[in-house]
Design a protein. Structure first.
Length: 456
């Protein structure tokens, strides 16, 4: 009888398992074609580049070909071959109509990717597209812009019908333009801010883009008016650190601020609250401010809290001292207004409540949307007597002043925001400023440009 040793049986069995594994791997690799993904919708294509990602987890990429096909023939956009082992590639695809000799119109785009498998696995993506290589048309309509550093402004402009997005840009900030205010639906109104921390001479541009990503830009001529902002030094008292900073720190982060030897770390707690928490709170205000309604809800000037005394003002530059040492610097982005304890707070103008909650350093806070990007903020409230979604009229009661958040002494922190960016409240309390800088421009456009075509 033939005897087979256990070692030989194990070796044969191991070889069989290896063969099975190899066959399975090859089968998977052979059966899985490359994967094609596109970063955005490409039904409308212009000269703006778009990204295509191709990958193959099996034998790797062999070649990729991207081209347009229409009645006039084939226009190759990308053609690449890869070294063996290349698993993925991100391709920036752009269309140069002059180089390719093509015009705006209908076409079909093809993206083909092949791998290195035995049977040349291949993936094909195709889609009918509209080629559009002409940017929208646009014209600024409003007269010369005068804007104060840290203040607000408005620009009125007209675009062509193919515009899908438009607005104002300054210092990497985008302020959306709103249509529908004028009888002519192609005329847009954009409120924007010249940020308090922006240097002089920032470029202000209005722009419009179409569905294909084509864009037109136009610089806005303006005169920047000087603004003076106060400087202040605040000595951090033991009472403030114990009674205001530590409770807010514990509530916000869920743990105590201590040193390595277990002692309370007031400095660390204050810096974390005054920097990280402040930034998070301001980012939340910005997010809320980007969700403004498309109707103007306010009328006339905005009201200051009646009979109130002004404390800190807008864009005050504060230095914070601990034991005589400057440990932090921040800007105060509103007006502090005080009357008596728990004084009734009316809405500064008519609008809709879009936020009513505790907001870190600001304490109990209500934000009212007045439409077209303009919002007002009411902070440190003892009580919030409105809910999100409530409509409020000018002078309607929304809450009572208080000391919530980092407030020292009962007062209202009042702020005005344009699409989430803080601006000078003083302007909005001034009927003459509103007449000269908003209504004059709106009426000028209504008189001179409504229902007129853009000059070509």
């Amino acid at each position: 009888m033939l005897k087979v040793s256990g070692k030989r049986v194990a070796a044969v069995f191991g070889i069989l398992l290896l063969v099975v594994a190899i066959i399975k791997f090859i089968s998977i690799a052979e059966m899985s074609p490359p994967v094609i993904s596109i970063e955005r919708d490409i039904k409308n294509l212009g000269t703006k580049p778009f990204e295509v990602t191709v990958s193959d987890k099996g034998t790797g990429l062999a070649k990729v070909r991207i081209y347009l096909l229409d009645t006039y023939g084939e226009s190759v956009l990308v053609e690449r071959e890869y070294k063996r082992g290349t698993k993925s590639d991100v391709i920036s695809v752009s269309i140069n109509p002059e180089k390719l000799g093509i015009k705006s119109g209908t076409s079909e785009i093809f993206i083909e990717a092949a791998d290195n498998s035995m049977f040349s696995g291949k993936a094909v993506f195709s889609e009918k597209v509209t080629l559009d290589f002409l940017p929208p048309e646009m014209q600024e309509l409003s007269p010369m812009l005068y804007i104060r550093h840290g203040g607000a402004g408005v620009v009125v402009y007209k675009t062509s019908e193919d515009t899908v997005t438009s607005g104002v840009e300054i210092k990497d900030l985008f302020f959306e333009g709103y249509g529908g205010y004028f009888e002519d639906p192609l005329i847009y109104l954009a409120f924007f801010a010249y940020p308090y921390d922006a240097p002089k001479g920032e470029k202000i541009e209005i722009f419009a883009t179409d569905a294909a990503g084509n864009e037109v830009r136009e610089s806005v001529s303006y005169r920047l008016l000087r603004a003076s902002y106060l400087k202040d030094e605040i000595a951090l008292s033991e009472w403030f650190l114990k009674k205001k900073v530590l409770p807010l720190f514990n509530k916000t982060y869920g743990y105590a601020s201590v040193t390595d030897d277990g002692k309370t770390d007031f400095r660390k707690a204050f810096l974390k609250i005054n920097n990280e928490t402040r930034k998070e709170n301001d980012n939340r205000i910005y997010e809320v401010g980007r969700q403004s309604g498309d109707k103007m809800l306010w009328k006339g000037k905005f009201n200051q809290l009646p009979n109130s005394k002004v404390g800190a003002t807008f864009a005050d530059h504060r230095k914070y001292l601990m034991d005589g040492e400057v440990i932090d610097r921040q800007y105060h982005l509103g007006y502090d207004l005080s009357v008596t304890k728990k004084h009734p707070v009316p809405a500064s103008n008519s609008g809709v409540v879009v936020f009513a909650d505790h907001l870190g350093i600001y304490g109990n806070t209500v934000i009212v949307d007045h439409g077209l990007g303009v919002m007002t903020l009411y902070s440190h409230l003892t009580s919030m007597d409105v809910n999100v979604g409530d409509s409020v009229g000018k002078k309607d009661h929304i809450g009572r002043t208080g000391t919530t958040g980092l407030a020292v002494g009962d007062h209202l922190h009042f702020g005005v925001y344009v699409q989430g960016v803080p601006v000078r409240p003083l302007e909005w309390w001034d009927a003459k400023w509103i007449d000269d800088n908003i209504w004059y421009k709106i009426n000028y456009v209504k008189k001179n440009f409504v229902n007129r075509e853009i000059p070509r």
